[in-house]
Design a protein around this ligand. Sequence first.
Ligand SMILES: [Fe+2]
Length: 210
Amino acid sequence: MSVLHRTGARVLDPRLDPAYHIPIISDGIHEETMKDLVLKLLPEIKEINDPTLQEKVTACWQEAIEFRGWTEALLLNIPFTLLAENVQIMFIDHVRAVCRMCIAVDKTLDQYHSRKKTTVNRDHLVAGALLADVGKLLEFEIVDGKPVKSDYGKHIRHPFSGVGLAFKHGLPSEVMHIIATHSKEGAGEKRTPESIIFHHADFIDFELVK
Ligand SMILES: [Fe+2]
């Protein structure tokens, strides 16, 4: 049985074992396929101007998908939150919609405030928007055919696992800040302009379904 799918009561997640550091996929062809899948699911990655930052964002998603062996079909069909009943908005659509909202907000502020606008780093904003929820692929698992919060997710919510992935792949601290502060964990923190934009866009999607 894969790590993603399990039935019945508690099963220890082998990837919580500190000995688990063996890459699941190592051949070049599969690596390329995984990268293509990430870019297909999230074409907004191309909205990032810096190619190195694009690569790092893609690498985080690739590792998060591989962690539990998520499939394209599952990624497109799990709800974006487990904190509300009967959520019809799917995970990938939420990530993409909120990312697009962030870009639209930034463009609108450019258009109307121009020189008076608070400076926003668009690349950091887009990268943070795309990575804020990547940790949900570690937080969620499928039990008896349904997405649920895993034991791992009960210990480490997605802002923490997201920062862990981002740190591993060398994302700048400005992007990790957006991941770290986007949700309730960031309440009371002084958010950067990019994190403020993301937080509000994210909560539009969340509050409309909860
Ligand atoms: Fe989130």
